[in-house]
Design a protein around this ligand. Sequence first.
Ligand code: GLY
Length: 561
Amino acid sequence: MTRYARTPLRLLVAFVFLFTSAACTAARPGKTAIASADPLATAAGYEVLEEGGNAFDAAVAVAAALGVVEPAASGFGGGGFFLLYRADEEEYRFVDAREVAPAAAGRNMYIDGNGQPLPGGSVDGPLAAGIPGEPAGMVYLAENYGTLPLSRLLQPAIELAENGYRIEARSLMGLRFRKQTLEKSAAFAEVFYPDGQVPENGALIAQPDLAATLKRFAAGGFDGFYKGETARLLVDGVRAAGGIWSMEDLANYRVVEREPSVTNFSGMRVITAPPPSSGGVALTQMFNLLSGYPFAELEGAQRKHYMVEAMRRAYRDRAIYLGDPDFVAIPLSMLLSRDYMAGQRVSVRGDRATPSSVLDGIDTDGSEGTQTTHFSVMDADGNRVAATLTINTWYGAGFMPPGTGVVLNNEMDDFSIKRGLPNEYELIGDEANSIAPGKRPLSSMSPTFLESDRGIAIVGTPGGSRIITMVLQAAIEWLEGGTGEDMVSMKRFHHQYLPDEIRYEPGAISDTEIAELEAMGHTLKPSRRPFGNMNVVTWDFASGKVEAATDPRGRAEGRVY
Ligand code: GLY
């Protein structure tokens, strides 16, 4: 009797213990992890974590440092998205610090009198630059989610700008690739082409003007960048070189906090970027289309065929429907519904590619891009940040307003400057993504959290239009048991409706699969350049293991403490 009475009690105690310890494990990793594109930026994040800062503080420090040491990809002249998870509140937030079109921008500002695009108009020089959002995003994060003052979070970046950093191969490639444009900006050339030449690998690059700008920013917060001396220098520099910014454009810039996009696939929850990113809509659509097949059982060319057909349809809808949700009515309830994708699935044949030309869409009358940067952070309490930041193409607009040290973005090229005209990423668009004052250009940036019974993953990558399909492939890899290391190092492929071809990294698709896909009617093209630079943090609930995995295509190493 005693024995029988005790056993259930022991079981109950054991159950309560196991349950609460599992819940604790799930709520608190007890370790911190940062995966960013540059070891100096990762170190900046750790510096503030070690001082008692949280993941949001670390994100500001990492973003600021990247703006100094990875100037080809992101920075104070650009914008980006921060996806947040607050562990205590179990709350997800999306901080939209995307650039906006200046007030003097017009729908046809890059079109000449004959209806033709002005060569380079939306890509090179200050007319190509939207009003930066990244500094405002940093202020917003520090004030609303962080625990340390902005001035402390900017300190590592200020030191890197003042004392210099050693420039590395990827940044140098951009300096070589765009030299003709970049050297036209005297202030830019003074920093990045000493003696008129591309620097040696490992040369020390100091940025005294940027250090001064960051000191004003640290002292004044939002007003220290968007008003006063910095704003005046930015606006004067832009206008003197033919741009259209005003002081009001800068002073009026506002971050927008939005509800993240959430979707589910085979027991995995995907929390990601809503419009003005196209990432959340496209990922939802692709997963919804794939959920109609026994996906786990599909292999080889058959699996890739269905993935490509899902990509094709999601990118077609991107071109037709998506833009800044504060300016256009996006039919989200249709696009995100499983029924809608079930309808789309009817047009998918199991044995044949659907030519993009037979899907209703937008005709094109027409480079690869791997710029932008992504980092992932988790602190010991389980707070998380997935941040994707950009100045668009390599060194953005290639323009630095004198006296600022700030490299301006060329995000205006992410608008559809003319219906059906491919942009730098060969993406096309329509009315929904046309230019209007104050509007945000449609983005592909997709900072993402993956969650399942297994654990969590914090994911994202640069890569222009390919960002979304890279995140798709990484998510499937994780769902099927892959590690962070597997996710960042896997070879990748991509389809974006137009051009109607599968681009792939050598090794992503086997020779046999290529033959099978070609027999189905697909066109395949190997890519000369690697896809992306993915940085991932994972946390496995069962083992408690925390992993910070950085892309072998980049140069960084993740760090876990
Ligand atoms: N500038 C790249 C993107 O936002 O998608």
